[in-house]
Design a binder for this molecule. Sequence first.
Ligand SMILES: [Zn+2]
Length: 454
Amino acid sequence: MSYIALYREFRPTKFEDVIGQNPVTETLRRQVQNGRVAHAYLFSGGRGCGKTSTAKILSRAINCLHPVNGEPCNECEICKSALEGSLTDITEIDAASNNGVDNIRDIREQVEFMPTNAKYRVYIIDEVHMLSTGAFNALLKTLEEPPAHVIFILATTEPQKLPITILSRCQRFDFKRISIEDICKTLEKCVEKTGLDVEEGAIRLIARMADGAMRDAYSILDRCISDGESKITETKVRELVGIPEFEYLKDFAELLVSTNTEKLIEYMENIIMEGKNLEVFLLESIKFLRDILILKTSNNISNFNDAEKDAMLSIGNNIESTKLISLISKLSSVLNEMKWSTDAEVTFETGVLRVVIESNEGNKSVENKNNTSFLKNEVLTKLKENSKMRVYALLANSDIIEAEDGLIHIVFNSVLDETSKQYLQQDETKKAIKEAVIDVTKKDCKVKYVFLKG
Ligand SMILES: [Zn+2]
């Protein structure tokens, strides 16, 4: 069985069969039903969430000889030839490989002609953001004055890359990532129809790995089948996709929130040596950190047993939630870099290391802050000991921060009157502060005042 077999076999052929995009498909169905179809559509959303399938359904629905409540009948001559891919009035273009101005010029010439068999000529342009600037301009001219018998369906994963002039000509529909629940249900139906023997845990795991894309879910299941074993177990899916075990994720997460970069490097080198799929590994690690965050904030998580939850919480207790969020977001950027990188191993290792070091520097500055409050108390004590009570009173409502080596910032937290400011500028006052600071830090310093503006 080939890689894409299940996806093809179970591709939705009616609006009502499209998974997880009900508001979009319902609106389109009604438009067809009421004969209020637009001339240009933009379908945006992540890969594998049903954009192209919906575009194909729409292209049949508007041309179908016997539509039923806005759905294509899939049985008339037009629907059949469209399903076979032999209807010349429906053209699918992959802009990733046909992105030049000539490709669009061809369309511009064609659109002038009436459709051959169907009511409308339909152009489905996939990954439309890949078009060159020249091609966009050519397309725009067609979109500005589309002949009544032409409909464009543009699909993209990156709508932000489209010129505003194109966006403004299209009726836009945003497709959502498909939920794990919806993917599970769909896989269960598929398993039932095909008579495959698949463990419930395996289905859940596939749904989780598919990351919102039904196409990916089918392709994982397809790969499991092609292995030839009769029963598809959770363990098998785990092996096939290269999902790391709990222990791996736990150890890695511990290192990510620790300051031990040497151990972290060692660990990452081992992961690389073992030939693990680094993208999957990092993706799973990010999900693991996200689960720790959820556990830390709401305790509402069902994928783990109590012992695992305890281990995760003890990692979570070593890092503030805000920092954990920042860590998750930065690691996601590394994962994205890896997808485009020519050397994923290097990007993985240097990227993760950079994120952890940055995060640790964040920790240090917090420690420094703690030290400066420590510094402030000591300085105040010295001033008191030296009976410099007026300075003491003024500095009590300030922050004393050692900014660079030897430069002490005294930040006053309230607006001071002119008399107090003048008093602070006096040599004798400065000398008293400086002496107190040197007494505490045992090194020379410069003092700088920072006043709030009144
Ligand atoms: Zn039909």
